[in-house]
Design a protein around this ligand. Structure first.
Ligand code: GLA
Length: 392
């Protein structure tokens, strides 16, 4: 990525200096280690921020205009803080507009700003480039306007922007970890209470490796919403059956599931089994990570993938291939798809000394069958959103 000096040079070529506050900010993408599709079931997730991020430079303006330029795609846009509506279909500007809209709706006063940003997070790869864009926008606008918005509140604002403005009914995981991730820690999140626990994840012998299948199905959004609906049906069924309030599948135990599953339609039963068993895996996995029990953690990743593939049906042939190839390699403890699914990436846990051989063999094996050379990223847990420079 370009250094800040070069980015400021570009900024100064694009905009005239307003003489007001300016600064540079960043927000990372994420990889989810375990706990897939559990966030919108009020369950548990265990992601970490990655070393790929968006950097945004901004300066406050004296009026209500926001001007923004995307350096990666070399396109610009502008909008007024008084006229925010999601009119620009499929435009990245919706993420920015959505965020400033939610900040204002939360009662915070804003002035306009000039902004540029650059990203090295691959898009539509399941590594949360959109959450990173929302979070870096929220941080930039908050800091330039001298607002104190706490990271958890910021994550919620950004999620609402995506739900209400962009129209994707996502859970809280991506925005949360982009705001709160920390270097060398995975983030265990209880998506009901919003409590979190940073779990140290730095071991010289082990490494997280991400494989990008480079395929993306158009189905993601529609199938995502369908799964959400199916989980709701299952939760309502258990609420009716069990003699206590079941707000979400998070409230159902594996034993209760087993007792009543035969009364559910077959597909709904499988969806529920994934969520209920995955919640269990995340909690066991978090404990295993705390104890540095990587072989148990790896095993849980493998089970998670099987469940996502067979019960939740959000994997695809390319992701299954990457997982199968990975599990044949020496030194691999676990492999699974990560993110919403239907393409995107897998996440792998392996012994460090095998990383180079792994990269080589996966590239060859995957290319041989699909004709595509996958991208492979090696990343320790990185830090969450932060201020890089601030000039009053
Ligand atoms: C997407 C959503 C998240 C989460 C995952 C699946 O990344 O944005 O909220 O639901 O899918 O675990």
């Amino acid at each position: 990525m370009q250094d800040l000096k070069k980015l400021w040079k570009i900024f100064n070529q694009k905009f005239t200096d307003s003489g007001l506050i300016k600064g540079a900010f960043s927000a990372p993408g994420r990889v989810n280690l375990i706990g897939e599709h559990t966030d919108y079931n009020e369950g548990f997730v265990l992601p970490m921020a990655i070393g790929k991020k968006i950097i945004m430079l901004g300066q406050l303006r004296n009026d209500r205009l926001v001007q923004v330029f995307d350096l990666s795609y070399k396109v610009g846009d502008k909008f007024s803080l008084d006229n925010l509506s999601p009119t620009k279909k499929d435009s990245w500007a919706n993420y920015l507009m959505g965020v400033v809209d939610e900040i204002q709706k939360a009662g915070y006063p804003l002035q306009g700003a000039n902004l540029i940003f650059t990203s090295n997070i691959p898009q539509r790869a399941g590594l949360s480039s959109s959450a990173a864009l929302e979070v870096v926008t929220a941080l930039t606008m908050a800091k330039l306007n001298l607002l104190e918005i706490k990271p958890v509140e910021m994550a919620h604002l950004c999620r609402r922007a995506e739900n209400n403005f962009v129209g994707v009914a996502c859970g809280i995981m991506d925005q949360y970890v982009s705001c709160l991730g920390q270097k060398n820690y995975a983030l265990f999140i209880d998506c009901r209470s919003n409590d979190y626990d940073l779990i140290p994840f730095k071991d010289h012998n082990y490494q997280i490796v991400i494989c990008n299948s480079k395929v993306q199905r158009g189905l993601v959004d529609s199938e995502y919403n369908k799964r959400k609906e199916e989980c709701k049906i299952a939760a309502e069924f258990f609420n009716h059956k069990l003699k206590r309030e079941i707000r979400a599948l998070r409230d159902v135990s594996i034993d209760e599931y087993k007792k009543y599953q035969s009364q559910l339609p077959e597909v709904i039963a499988r969806r529920a089994r994934h969520i209920i068993s995955e919640n269990d895996r995340v909690q066991t996995g978090a404990q295993a990570l705390r104890m540095k029990n990587y072989s148990t953690f790896g095993q849980l990743m493998i089970e998670s993938h099987k469940s996502l593939k067979d019960d939740y049906e959000v994997s695809c042939v390319e992701l299954d291939l990457l997982v199968d190839l990975a599990l044949e390699q020496e030194g691999v403890l676990g492999a699974r798809m990560t993110g919403a699914g239907f393409g995107g990436c897998t996440v792998n846990l392996l012994r460090r000394e095998h990383v180079n051989a792994f990269k080589k063999t996966i590239k060859q094996g995957y290319k041989k069958i699909t004709g595509i050379i996958p991208d492979i990223y090696v990343t320790p847990p990185a830090e969450g959103a932060k201020v890089l420079e601030f000039m009053k």
